[in-house]
Design a protein around this ligand. Sequence first.
Ligand SMILES: Cc1ncc(COP(=O)(O)O)c(C=O)c1O
Length: 420
Amino acid sequence: MFENNLAFAQQQDQKDTLNKYREKFLIPTNNKGEEMVYLCGNSLGLQPKRTSKYVEQELKDWAKFGVEGHTDAKHPWLPYHEFLTNSMAKIVGAKPSEVVIMNSLTANLHFMMVSFYQPTKTKHKIVIESDAFPSDKYAVESQLKFHGFDPKEGLILWTPPKGEELCKVLDLENILKEQGDEIALIMIGSTNYYTGQSFPLKKITNLGHQHNCIVGFDLAHGVGNIQPNLHDSGADFAVWCTYKYLNSGPGSLGGCFVHERHEQNPNLKRFTGWWGHNKQTRFNMRHDFDVLSGAEGWQLSNPSILSMAAIRASLDVFEEAEFENIRLKSIKLTGYLEYLINELNDERINMITPKNPKERGCQLSIQVRNADKNLHTRLTNADVISDWREPDVIRVAPAPLYNSFEDVFEFVKRLKEVLN
Ligand SMILES: Cc1ncc(COP(=O)(O)O)c(C=O)c1O
């Protein structure tokens, strides 16, 4: 199906209906002005060209209206987050009332745990995958401590079988069989940042719910990459950032999902702020807190409009391209990357990421045995932007909206040169 030559890669680009989207992004260049091979959307997505226009509009409206921009801006700031809701809901497979853009990822994770981690003396343990992103681990550990538990006892790591890199659902099943009565929360990265492994969210949720555990997901590496179908998965909550595959700029606001079955639950504790208050009476200022229904009720502060403008720009690109098409291209593009890497036939290379496209997004984690960071430096010197994870893994993520088959071909060509 694939061929190992530049002409083939270029032909695939010509046939690709999403190829035109590459031009809608700013691709970083070297000091000669030549485009780099950018395969780092798993870390920071590239800037859509339209973003500056969207952000400038808000700057102009701020200059023109001052505070009145809350109601008079072209896109009024008071309800600004609502302009993002429908597109965001589609991308994560949720109902609009189940999603909201607010805060940043780790902050949202804590706010979700305030509501959904309600430990008791006997049922207080938390399960995370052993190679969870450090911020997630720190967050759940600190929640355990906050509630008076010792993370050494309360944190259960879902670990791959000895000598393997990928977690097996069977092992999670066993953890639940043995300790389900003591587990309050399962909090897993939908797509692991290190291995690129995407987990079966619905299966994990069902398993957790069979044991009366709350199930939440961190979609940092899943959103805009795989379709998590959050509503159907039945997950209780999810959180994500928008600066990776959602291309909305460094440190941009995060997103949050709360399943609709929790919408009207008055027993859920939460930390509150005025942005979660009834919109009709929010500015009366003196009312008792009257929570908005749905995910919006978890908002605390009035959000950064400049960040939301960048998110809106990016989501508009997703709307136009349609996520189903993006995912289809992604499967092919990453398949091509995998094929070319296999073609290298290099014994030092070990692909950590699952081979089954249903168990991964666009990222491949390539272990290069006996390599050190010099390898990555040489790749960078060859105008490839990828990322390195100690001790010996290069992570590359061809993002289907702006990466081409030619990018992938060029990357493997340069990797081969660097390896030799
Ligand atoms: C899986 C995962 N979780 C959490 C974070 C932390 O995100 P933030 O700094 O936006 O809170 C990241 C950041 O890259 C991440 O990849």
